[in-house]
Design a protein around this ligand. Structure first.
Ligand code: SF4
Length: 234
């Protein structure tokens, strides 16, 4: 995408059909469940356009109904896999509540992780098997979402780190543009992960890794790497 995707507004329907880019089985590459086998459901479209985003979420015209989507998940899932990751694009752009309800009802050990940019919200079920990872991309977070966030994840680039808190100082929407991306609320108990931005040239990547390590060591965050890229899997 690299900042070239169209901005798709939130289109909350009844959630019985969803625009989906792809469903696949892999290892979660980053964040709190890093290394765990998971089914990824990549929802189509995003309401933001980050200049470094390299995820494809616009090329599919697949709009399965819930039963077709659940069937596809069941086909790719292995028996010991108890994690489904809803990602995008931006998952909260659509009404994923019925999908979440369906997934959580599969078994008492099934967990659902949602990866979100923190700007949108839909009503969610109360469940300790639902885990929200928010990777803020703008100055403000949706306040209903904030109360539900379990983990925050920040992408770090060398030379673009606020020394006072080790988090980004620049906009995700325009390269180099100063912007203070939303921070976790002071009262938040959510774990904060920091991850180096993949710049696709080795020198910048090394600098980004060192800046991220420094941020974690100095401010007590948890380092996470994009291990799916390191291992060459999806
Ligand atoms: S919010 Fe996430 S999916 Fe959307 S453009 Fe930014 S990085 Fe890509």
């Amino acid at each position: 995408m690299l900042g070239s995707n169209p901005l798709r507004p939130q289109e909350v329907g009844d959630g019985q059909t969803l625009w989906v880019q792809e469903v696949f089985y892999t290892l979660q590459g980053e964040g709190p469940f890093s290394g765990e086998p998971a089914v990824f459901v990549r929802l189509a479209g995003c309401n933001l356009s980050c200049y470094w985003c390299d995820t494809e979420f616009e090329s599919s015209t697949w709009r399965p109904d819930l039963s077709e989507l659940m069937q596809t998940i069941a086909e790719v899932k292995t028996p010991f896999c108890n994690l489904v990751v809803l990602t995008g694009g931006e998952p909260f752009r659509q009404n994923i509540r019925p999908l979440i309800d369906g997934l959580l009802s599969l078994s008492n050990s099934m967990r659902v992780q949602i990866e979100t940019n923190g700007t949108l919200w839909i009503d969610l079920p109360e469940s300790d098997r639902l885990h929200i990872v928010c990777s803020p991309k703008t100055a403000n977070l949706n306040q209903k979402l904030v109360a539900k966030v379990d983990s925050y994840k920040y992408l770090v680039a060398a030379g673009q780190v606020d020394a006072s808190d080790g988090l980004p100082t620049t906009s995700t929407q325009q390269a180099g543009e100063p912007a203070r991306i939303a921070r976790p609320p002071a009262e938040s108990c959510a774990q904060v992960f920091v991850m180096p931005i993949d710049a696709r040239d080795s020198e910048t990547n090394e600098a980004n890794i060192q800046a991220t390590v420094s941020s974690a060591l100095t401010h007590g965050y948890r380092l996470t790497l994009q291990t799916h890229k390191l291992t060459g899997i999806r």
